[in-house]
Write a protein that binds this ligand. Structure first.
Ligand code: GLA
Length: 643
């Protein structure tokens, strides 16, 4: 998958080339040979900032170990400036928030061996309506340099529709003219493909997307937008998927671990966005893991990319300058699962075995070729794999069941825990337990102890599980606990409880297994805007309105034979919007409408769903993106067994 290391080195030099030329007016070494690391006030504090916060953050960066881990820049985002320029037309610090001025803050930060970053916009005003630097580039860059600023984040608000290239070049030139080395962070939100030009104008990193927020969905959607950008990134010129949300409280620890793992392998600038003064030990551990940071800061600077995508399970990999490969096994789904790849797929040379270092657990095991691990829901595992033979054998666990993912309340099903020896030596005294939610019964079908597991072999321990009649709809974890002489590891699995559809129900009267909508909230028997469902002048009493891009999942459990509906866009868009509608049964396409446009009559859908466990309705965005995509499935009806 990956080019050889020599190729990698050449690629790195090629990326450095134009960069060095663009910033030639500032003498000295490149400012961002590895992705910059630091902190920024925006994600946690927005405009609620002052000089005390910045000073306390600098202190906390040192005392928390962040500085020792490599974090260097303390960045003040929007809202530091006074509402008016001074009599000479210079930006000035807000007299209430920063009474001592920026120079004093810079001195304070510098005295702690750290660097100061500041913010402005390539527009007439910042995003918060304060004075910004468009047409004031020379004056403002001179102020920043005079104050001792080391980094400028340059935003895109209020840009008057003027071309991005000219606006960002003007500030690059002004910064260069000051003679002070200032890292230039281009915050253009990816609107004009900055990856194609930002390095040439002297940007050290550039935002590739709109703003991140402290939610799983936001993080994952930004991740998806990084695919294909990897070749634009390299030493002194990095793609920026936006700042970290780790520690801000909107995601679970597993989710933050995935966020940190992925941003690290993407060579993202690691700019923490939490309150460093009060972070807990867990957050600090996530932000300061040396092995994880070492992947991000690897001197060859080759950005990791997605090498496998199997629905919710993804593999991201990055070649390391030591001849190894970093890998993130990523599970974006709500069910724990094993994620697997191989040393060959990671681009490693053929060898008898490989050492696999678990970067978060700080353990090293030996594998013959498989690189696999059980990954919790919304989670990630991260490894560096390199040729090697010292260490205990890699043991892989996996929890699988015979339900096809679903069980009904009261149903009995089988689940198996598979334990594999991926290493070179036998694993002994393997003991397997499986835990299900409270009120479920779990019975082992046979022995749960395996005295010896030989290299290359898999032991399977079967369990019979009975769900209570009161089991609630939703996804429930089945977690294996596997112990052996020399280790203990979890296995993550899950089963979803869903209620069987009976008779001829309207889909809008059933609870979906999951509902993802691209905008607004799901309309049930109403349009997205809350009106009566109306397509091309025809009104419908029943239907669902999931704005594209959307995915609706329903449990049929092989009890149904037919699904009928109409697919179209609500008249409330005034004839605008375009959507493609697809019906999938257990992953197979059963119907596909092609592009349906606003104003067009509902396209009839009539499919045979015999034997289908899971019905998925997808509304994909048409050629004009998701604007006005008020997609609807009208009169959606199932024909199922029973009355
Ligand atoms: C924009 C940027 C954010 C932040 C805010 C400040 O939205 O993309 O990162 O700087 O402005 O107003």
């Amino acid at each position: 998958m990956f080019p050889g290391l020599r190729h990698v080195l050449v690629a790195a030099l090629v990326v450095v080339g134009p960069q060095a030329a663009a910033s030639s007016t500032v003498e000295g070494p490149p400012l961002a040979p590895t992705p910059p690391m630091g902190w920024n006030s925006w994600n946690k504090f927005q405009c609620d900032i002052d000089e005390e916060l910045i000073r306390e953050t600098a202190d906390a960066m040192v005392s928390s170990g962040m500085k020792a881990a490599g974090y260097e820049y303390v960045n003040i985002d929007d809202c530091w400036m006074a509402p008016q320029r001074d009599a000479e037309g210079r930006l000035q610090a807000d007299p209430v928030r920063f009474p001592g001025g920026i120079r004093a803050v810079a001195d304070y930060v510098h005295a702690r061996g750290l660097k100061l970053g500041i913010y402005s916009s390539a527009g007439t005003k910042t995003c918060q309506g304060l004075p910004a630097s468009l047409d004031h580039e020379t004056t403002d860059a001179a102020s920043f340099a005079e104050w001792g600023v080391d980094l400028l984040k340059y935003d895109n608000c209020n840009n008057q529709g003027r071309p991005a290239l000219a606006r960002y070049t003007a500030m690059a030139d002004a910064l260069a003219a000051t003679g002070r080395p200032i890292v230039y962070s281009i915050c253009e939100w990816g609107q004009n493909k900055p990856w194609e030009w930002a390095a040439q104008v002297g940007g050290h990193y550039w935002r590739t997307t709109g703003d991140i927020s402290d939610r799983w969905g936001s993080m994952v959607s930004i991740l998806d937008q990084q695919v294909g950008l990897e070749s634009y990134s390299g030493p002194n010129a990095w793609n920026d998927p936006d700042m970290l949300e780790v520690g801000n409280g909107g995601m679970t620890t597993d989710e933050y671990r995935a966020h940190m793992s992925l941003w690290s392998i993407l060579n993202a600038p690691l700019i923490a966005g939490n309150d460093l003064r009060s972070m807990d030990a867990q957050t600090r551990a996530l932000l300061t893991d040396r092995d994880v940071i070492a992947v991000n800061q690897d001197w060859a600077g080759v950005q990791g990319h997605k090498i496998a995508d199997r629905g919710d399970l993804e593999v991201w990999a990055k070649p390391m300058s030591n001849g190894g490969a970093a890998v993130v096994l990523f599970n974006r789904g709500v069910a724990g699962a094993q994620v697997a790849t191989t040393a060959a797929a990671l681009g490693l040379p053929a060898r008898p075995s490989y050492a696999m270092r678990d970067l978060w657990a700080d353990t090293t095991v030996v594998t013959r070729s498989r690189v696999r691990a059980s990954v919790p829901p919304h989670g990630a595992r991260m490894f560096v794999v390199r040729p090697g033979r010292l260490g205990s054998p890699a043991v892989a666990t996996d929890v699988v069941d015979d339900t096809g993912g679903y069980a009904e309340p009261g149903e009995t099903f089988s689940a198996s825990v598979r334990v594999a020896d991926d290493g070179l030596l036998p694993v002994t005294d393997v003991r397997v337990a499986l835990a299900a939610p409270e009120g479920w019964t779990v019975r082992a079908d046979g022995r749960t102890r395996v005295p010896v597991l030989w290299p290359g072999r898999t032991a399977t321990v079967r369990f019979t599980i009975t769900t209570p009649a009161t089991a609630e709809n939703g996804t429930h974890a089945l977690t294996a606990d596997v112990r052996h002489r020399g280790g203990r590891l979890p296995g993550y699995g899950a089963v979803s409880i869903a209620t069987r559809p009976v008779g001829t129900p309207w889909l809008s009267d059933l609870t979906p297994v999951s509902a993802q909508v691209g905008w607004g909230s799901l309309g049930v028997d109403r349009s997205v805007d809350g009106h009566t469902l109306t397509i091309a002048g025809v009104t419908y009493a029943k239907g669902i309105a999931p704005h594209a891009a959307s995915e609706m999942k329903y449990y049929l459990g092989t009890h149904c034979s037919r699904f009928t509906a109409g697919a179209g866009i609500d008249d409330e868009t005034g004839g605008r919007g375009s959507v493609t509608f697809t019906v999938l049964g257990d992953g197979k396409v059963l119907a596909d409408t092609g592009v349906v446009t606003g104003g067009q009559a509902a396209v009839p859908v009539d499919v045979d769903v015999t034997g289908v466990t899971e019905l998925v309705l997808v509304a994909g965005v048409g050629p004009d993106n998701n604007n006005y995509d008020h997609s609807e499935w009208v009169a959606p009806r199932l024909t199922c067994a029973g009355a």
